[in-house]
Design a protein around this ligand. Sequence first.
Ligand code: GDP
Ligand code: MN
Length: 349
Amino acid sequence: PKLYPMPMSAADEGWNSLSGIADGPRMNATFVTLARNSDIWEIARSIRQIEDRFNRRYNYDWVFLNDKPFDATFKKITSSLVSGKTHYGEIPKEHWSFPDFIDQEKAKKVREDMKQRKIIYGDSVSYRHMCRFESGFFFRQPLMMNYDYYWRVEPSVELFCDIHYDPFRFMKENGKKYSFVLSLYEYVETIPTLWDSVKKFMTNHPEHIVEDNSMGFLSDDGGETYNHCHFWSNFEVGDLNWLRSKAYTDFFESLDQDGGFFYERWGDAPVHSIAAGLLLKKEEVHFFNDIAYYHVPFTHCPTGEKLRTELRCHCNPKDNFDWKGYSCTSRYFDINGLSKPEGWENQSD
Ligand code: GDP
Ligand code: MN
């Protein structure tokens, strides 16, 4: 029989140079995913893409967290997909329940009211536990204590470009502590008193507010009011030791005491973002233009045609959210005095 011809492209230089295990050191870092057993096929899609575009060459570990025990299927599928080691943790009750200072009746009335007003996840108890957990507890789970950096991954996200270097190493070598790919305005209805709570914290803990911070990203009037800009936290690469620091834990505890995770519906995105904006120096917050990402309903497709070609991207540049009116990413560039990537004007309509 005739041999089936081998497509030459499979053996060309470009493919080979990216097909093996990457040289160089590894950071003390892990992927982290909070998920339910029922999320298995959605998280499998996310993992497959992270592996294909990056981790097959780096083999970083992956920590899975759940408020219930993971079942055998979840463990079997995820461990078969991840090229690094997988770890499975069950969240303790104290990190996934109402603190005793919360007035249950009041919280219930809020949920009923938000249901009437059709506020997204407004009537959900579990969503509130999730937001509070991601705000205050994921980074201090026993399994996470072994690591210095994390990359958060949610079910059903997409990566559209190759990642040609180690983002964890980039963070460490450049002193970055928090990073994002998408930013936008938060729904006001979910956080009406969050900024009051932040101002209280700033008054009580001036020692934690960093001089060269990103207040200009968060506020248009020097901190009087919040403009609702936040980094979208379903994607994050960050420094766990920063989240475990006194500054961040004081911040979380102060907000938590005010009850807004239950009396409103504070998200972990504005909480992390405000913390990054006030407790970190501007230059410690990084925007990854070259990590192409989708989480319903927004896309970050890198600006710059050359970059997209080199990274073998498959996103439509027209879908890029960065320079649209509802994105806060222009503001990030402005306050940091960064010039926007070439070609951004063509994507702003
Ligand atoms: P959205 O992105 O804000 O629409 O919220 P998601 O439904 O994606 O939830 C955010 C993250 O928390 C995802 O990683 C979910 O898998 C996870 N999650 C949400 N609710 C629960 C829950 O009740 N239990 C567990 N274990 N994970 C949850
Ligand atoms: Mn999600």
